[in-house]
Ligand binder design. Structure first.
Ligand SMILES: Cc1ncc(COP(=O)(O)O)c(C=O)c1O
Length: 380
């Protein structure tokens, strides 16, 4: 059995620090907006190289409240991708705005910058690129276009903790970068959690108001807000785990390089590509083949967990079919949804398991395993 993910193995590595962190919170007796959240906001902002960060209840809320902090609301349009977690699109609608989709680049599965300009209307307020699978979208042309057209850039970095673009962290480029700490992420809590990282102090001030009923102080609301806070226990857990993030990402990169060395050259199997502009942190190791469903069944029959991220693009999901993007309107997103498959990859996965998964993949394609025994390329 090779599971797709094993969070118990990660816990075994950090149990003492996590338990001490949680005990600290229980002993202090403060569970909402206390010193753990404040400290983690500072530590995460410092890790990313940004001035400030605001902890919220989830990645979805980080996106939703980021948009609202930027003044995006009903009647506005936000340009994003359909090949993403539904949460990206749900967040835009939570802000009251309308999602407008552009297609993806097939090499990286991220937003195709050249398609954005044609989608800008008088109602467009923001561009929301998604750093999918652990790799940053091509931000430079988006930032340039946004500047020229007076638009905000909100980065969905929910799958990209520690990823880099042109030497700077993903999430640190736009007006606001949004992170999820869902347990399966590269940096995950033991429950839900999220963070918005922000340069502009005024945007940060608004986001802090929005996360607590718009309260400027207790019982005095100055904005229509919500309840969306990172809690003290999750912040304490995340503080215990943050020091491991770089090592975990390095291990992900090393395992990804091992997969790539073992799977290179199989006809009909596209491997993930790391763009020269950045550093991929392999939240997911995603291969692509027209025979995806057969490959997934073949792996499942051998006790290997593999998942499709995502099998249906958002514009074709039932509740979103009225957004004006019929089948065929986003061909690259639709083709990717039919063909992508994520193989098991997490920092505690033994290299022998990568070898076993790769052997099963090669067997499916009828390519002898012996051809693939050379040592993996060392990741940079
Ligand atoms: C790309 C992307 N955006 C947004 C989210 C939403 O994060 P959360 O589940 O913390 O709300 C996720 C994770 O689920 C995600 O992968």
């Amino acid at each position: 059995m090779i599971p797709f993910l094993d969070l118990k193995a990660q816990y075994a590595e950090t149990a003492a620090a996590v338990q001490a962190a949680m005990e600290r919170v229980f002993q202090r007796g403060q569970f909402i907006l206390g010193p753990e959240v404040a400290a983690f906001e500072e530590e995460f902002a410092a890790y990313l190289g940004v001035p400030r960060a605001v902890g919220v209840a989830s990645g979805t809320d980080a996106l939703h409240l980021a948009l609202r902090a930027c003044g995006v609301g009903p009647g506005d349009e936000v340009i994003t991708v359909s090949h993403t977690a539904v949460a990206t699109v749900a967040a835009i609608e939570l802000a009251g705005a309308r999602p407008v989709f552009v297609d993806i680049l097939p090499a990286s599965y991220t937003l195709a910058p050249a398609q954005v300009e044609a989608r800008i209307t008088a109602r467009t307020r923001a561009i929301l690129p998604v750093h999918l699978y652990g790799q940053a979208a091509d931000l430079a042309p988006l930032l340039e276009l946004a500047k020229a057209r007076g638009l905000r850039v909100i980065e969905d970095a929910c799958q990209a903790h520690g990823a880099e673009y042109r030497g700077r962290k993903a999430g640190a480029w736009g007006d606001i970068g949004c992170f999820s700490f869902y347990p399966t992420k590269n940096l995950g809590a033991y429950g839900d959690g999220g963070m918005a990282v922000i340069g502009d102090p005024e945007l940060a001030r608004r986001l802090r108001l929005l996360r607590t009923y718009g309260w400027a102080e207790r019982d005095r609301s100055v904005l229509r807000g919500v309840n969306s806070r990172l809690d003290e226990l999750q912040a304490a857990v995340l503080r215990a785990k943050l020091p491991h993030l770089d090592a975990w990402n390095a291990r992900r990169r090393s395992l990804a390089a091992h997969y790539t060395a073992l799977l290179e050259g199989i006809p009909n199997l596209q491997l993930p590509q790391e763009l020269p502009s950045g550093k991929h942190v392999y939240h997911l190791y995603v291969v692509r083949t027209p025979e995806r469903d057969g490959l997934r069944r073949h792996l499942a029959d051998r006790g290997i967990g593999a998942l499709a991220h995502y099998p249906t693009p958002v514009h074709l999901q039932q509740p979103y079919q009225d957004l004006g993007f019929p089948p065929g309107s986003l061909p690259e997103s639709e083709a990717a949804a039919r063909e992508v498959l994520s193989l098991p990859l997490y920092p505690q996965l033994p290299e022998s398991a990568v070898g076993a998964v790769a052997a099963a993949v090669r067997q499916f394609f009828g390519v002898p395993a012996a051809a693939a025994t050379r040592a993996p390329a060392a990741p940079p």
